[in-house]
Ligand binder design. Structure first.
Ligand code: TEU
Ligand code: CA
Length: 548
C-alpha cells in the first residue's frame, strides 16, 4: 500500500487573529506566524491550516470574505503571505488555506452588485426569494434568528445560514463555481498545498425543499472541483462536514471517488449536548458513546477512506477543560487525550495552544466576549426571558471564545502575544500556562505532542494498523489495539481521576513488548494488562505476536 504524503503528517491549525501580534495593534498577523515557524518546526508539524486570512470586514472573524484575492489589512499584505509560504517551505511545512465558499461577506463586490436590482447580472450569484408576508420559509440561521434577511432595495429576501453579513452563494450557478475554481487555482499556484473547506456539506443545497446539508448536487460539485482544481496539484484537503456520518464520509473520501482526502466528523463533538437541542444544551459527556462513535469511524473508513482526528478547533471549547481535568491533572489529562487521539488511524489536527494545554476562560460578563455566535445567542435568550446566569453557564462551557483567547507565549504582559491591548483578553492563567514554560520542562505537554508526532513518522503500524476497541462498556477506560504485520499496538487510557480496575482480554494480558509512550514519567515497564491505572494515566505498548 502506498501512503499519501499527508497520511503521516500532523496538521496544526492557526487562528491568526489570536496567534502572535508583531506590530502592536493587538491583533495577530502573518509576520507573527513567520516569527513562530521555528517553534512549529520544533514541535514537528507538517502542515499549517490557516483560518481565513482573506480580506474581510470581520463580522465572523474572516469567515465573511470580501475579497478572495487579497489579505486582510489586520494581518498584513500579499507579500507577507508569499513570505510565509516561502519560509514555511524552507522548514518543510505546507500551508493549507481555509476555503469559505458557502457564503461571502455582504461587502463582497458580487453581493454589492447582486443586491442592486432583480435584473443585475450578479443577482443569481446569491439566493433571493420573493415573499409578501415575512420570511420565505422558517429555516433558522446557525447564528440565531431567521436565515432570511429582507433587502430594502428590491423588497426580496436573501438567504444567509450564518450571519446577515454572510449571504449564501448560489453554487448551482456554473459561473459562480467557475470563479471559485479560478480562485482556488490562484492560491495553489502561489504554493499553498490544499484547503480546509468550510461547511462544504452545504454547497449542494436545495433551499425550497429545505435540504441544506447533503444536497443532491453535493458530490457532483466536489467531483467537478477535484477535476478542475485539486487533481492538478499534489494537494491535501479536508472538508468541514457537520452532517457527515461514517457512511457519507465514504462518499467524500472513498478511493476512486475523486473528491476529498478527509472530512471532519462532528459526531464525537455532540456527545455532551442534549440530543437535538443544539450545542448550548449541556449534559455530561456520554463516555461509552464517545468510544463507540470514535471506533465506528475508525472501522468504517478502514481501507476505504481516511479519518481526520481532532479534539479542538476555533469553534470548540478547549478539550482539557471539556473532557479532561484543567485543574489538578491538567498536564496528565491533556497528554492522555492527545495519546488516545494520535494513536488512531487518520491525520491528527492540533489547534493552537492545545500543545501547551491551554484551558477555557472563566468569564461571566457578556461584555468580555467577542464571538458573534455567542453574542447573538445571549441576546436571543435574554429576550426570551432566560436568566442571564443560565445563558452564561452554557457560554462558559461551549462558547467559541474559549478557543480564541490569545496564544500564551510567556509570562510577560499579555502573555507575550502583543505589547498593546489584545482584541480579546488573555486567559488569566498565562503565568503558569505558556509556551516558554513548556519548552523549559522536558515533561511538558509540548514534548509529549512532539513525541506523538515523531512516532507517527516512525511507526507504519500507526498508518496501516487495523483498529479494534477493547473494554467497550468500561465506564472509565478507553482501550484499543492496532494490528499490522505481526505486531499489536496497545493503547490503554484512564479518562477519569480514579484508579479503575480492569482486565484486558486474554492474549493481551501479558506484555511481550515495549512501552513506547506514557504520560507519567515514572511509568514502569509493567505487564500491560495487569494492575490499575493512575488518574488520567495513558500507556502505549507494541507487542510482538507470539510465535505459534
Ligand atoms: O463552522 C461551521 C459550523 O457548522 C458552525 O456551526 C460551527 O460548528 C459552530 O460555530 C458551532 O457552534 C464554520 C467555521 O468553522 C466557523 O468558524 C464559521 O463561523 C462558520 O463556518 C461560518 O463560516
Ligand atoms: Ca498585528
Amino acid at each position: 500500500m502506498e501512503k499519501a504524503w499527508w497520511q503521516q503528517s500532523t496538521i496544526y491549525q492557526i487562528y491568526p487573529r489570536s496567534f502572535n501580534d508583531t506590530n502592536g495593534d493587538g491583533i495577530g498577523d502573518l509576520q507573527g506566524i513567520i516569527e513562530k515557524l521555528d517553534y512549529l518546526q520544533l514541535l514537528g508539524i507538517d502542515i499549517i491550516w490557516l483560518s481565513p486570512v482573506y480580506q474581510s470586514p470581520n463580522d465572523d472573524n474572516g469567515y465573511d470574505i470580501s475579497n478572495y484575492y487579497d489579505i486582510m489589512d489586520d494581518f498584513g499584505t500579499m507579500e507577507d503571505m508569499e513570505r510565509l509560504i516561502e519560509e514555511a517551505k524552507k522548514r518543510d511545512i505546507h500551508i493549507m488555506m481555509d476555503l469559505v465558499i458557502n457564503h461571502t461577506s455582504d461587502e463582497h463586490p458580487w453581493f454589492m452588485e447582486s443586491r442592486k436590482s432583480k435584473d443585475n447580472p450578479y443577482r443569481d450569484y446569491y439566493i433571493w426569494r420573493e415573499s409578501q408576508d415575512g420570511p420565505p420559509s422558517d429555516i433558522q440561521s446557525v447564528f440565531s434568528g431567521f436565515a432570511w434577511e429582507r433587502d430594502e432595495q428590491s423588497g426580496e429576501y436573501y438567504f444567509h445560514l450564518f450571519s446577515k453579513k454572510q449571504p449564501d452563494l448560489n453554487l448551482h450557478n456554473p459561473e459562480v463555481r467557475e470563479h471559485l475554481y479560478n480562485m482556488m487555482n490562484f492560491w495553489l499556484s502561489k504554493g499553498v498545498s490544499g484547503f480546509r473547506m468550510d461547511v462544504i456539506d452545504l454547497i449542494g443545497k436545495e433551499i425550497d425543499e429545505k435540504v441544506l446539508t447533503n444536497g443532491p448536487k453535493l458530490h457532483e460539485y466536489l467531483q467537478e472541483m477535484n477535476e478542475r482544481v485539486l487533481s492538478q496539484y499534489p494537494t491535501v484537503t479536508v472538508g468541514e462536514t457537520p452532517s457527515a456520518t461514517p457512511e457519507t464520509a465514504q462518499l467524500y473520501t472513498g478511493k476512486g471517488r475523486n473528491e476529498l482526502d478527509m472530512v471532519f466528523t462532528f459526531q464525537h463533538m455532540s456527545l455532551d449536548e442534549r440530543a437535538g437541542e443544539g450545542k448550548w444544551a449541556l449534559k455530561e459527556l456520554d463516555f461509552v458513546e464517545l468510544k463507540k462513535v470514535l471506533s465506528t469511524w475508525q472501522t468504517s473508513l478502514f481501507q476505504k477512506g481516511w479519518n481526520s482526528l481532532y479534539w479542538n478547533n476555533h469553534d470548540q471549547p478547549r478539550i482539557v477543560s471539556r473532557w479532561g481535568d484543567d485543574q489538578e491533572y491538567r498536564v496528565e489529562s491533556a497528554k492522555m487525550l492527545a495519546t488516545v487521539l494520535h494513536m488512531m488511524q487518520g491525520t491528527p489536527f492540533i489547534y493552537q495552544g492545545e500543545e501547551i494545554g491551554m484551558t477555557n476562560i472563566d468569564w461571566d460578563n457578556i461584555s468580555r466576549y467577542r464571538d458573534i455566535e455567542t453574542i447573538n445567542y445571549f441576546h436571543e435568550k435574554r429576550s426570551e426571558g432566560v436568566p442571564e446566569k443560565e445563558i452564561i453557564q452554557s457560554i462558559r462551557a461551549k462558547g467559541r471564545d474559549n478557543a480564541r483567547t490569545p496564544f500564551q507565549w510567556n509570562d510577560e504582559a499579555h502573555a507575550g502575544f502583543t505589547n498593546s491591548v489584545p482584541w480579546i483578553e488573555v486567559n488569566e492563567n498565562y503565568p503558569e500556562i505558556n509556551a516558554l514554560q513548556a519548552m523549559e520542562n522536558q515533561d511538558s505537554i509540548f514534548y509529549h505532542y512532539q513525541k506523538l508526532i515523531a512516532l507517527r513518522k516512525r511507526l507504519d503500524i500507526l498508518i496501516y494498523g487495523e483498529y479494534e476497541l477493547l473494554l467497550e462498556d468500561h465506564p472509565e477506560i478507553m482501550a484499543y489495539t492496532r494490528k499490522w504485520e505481526g505486531q499489536t499496538l496497545l493503547v490503554v487510557a484512564n479518562f477519569y481521576g480514579g484508579n479503575p480496575d480492569f482486565h484486558l482480554p486474554e492474549g493481551l494480558d501479558e506484555a511481550h513488548g515495549e512501552m513506547i509512550i506514557s504520560n507519567y514519567s515514572d511509568t514502569r515497564e509493567k505487564p500491560s494488562g495487569i494492575g490499575r491505572l493512575r488518574p488520567y494515566e495513558a500507556v502505549v505498548y507494541i507487542l510482538n505476536d507470539r510465535e505459534e
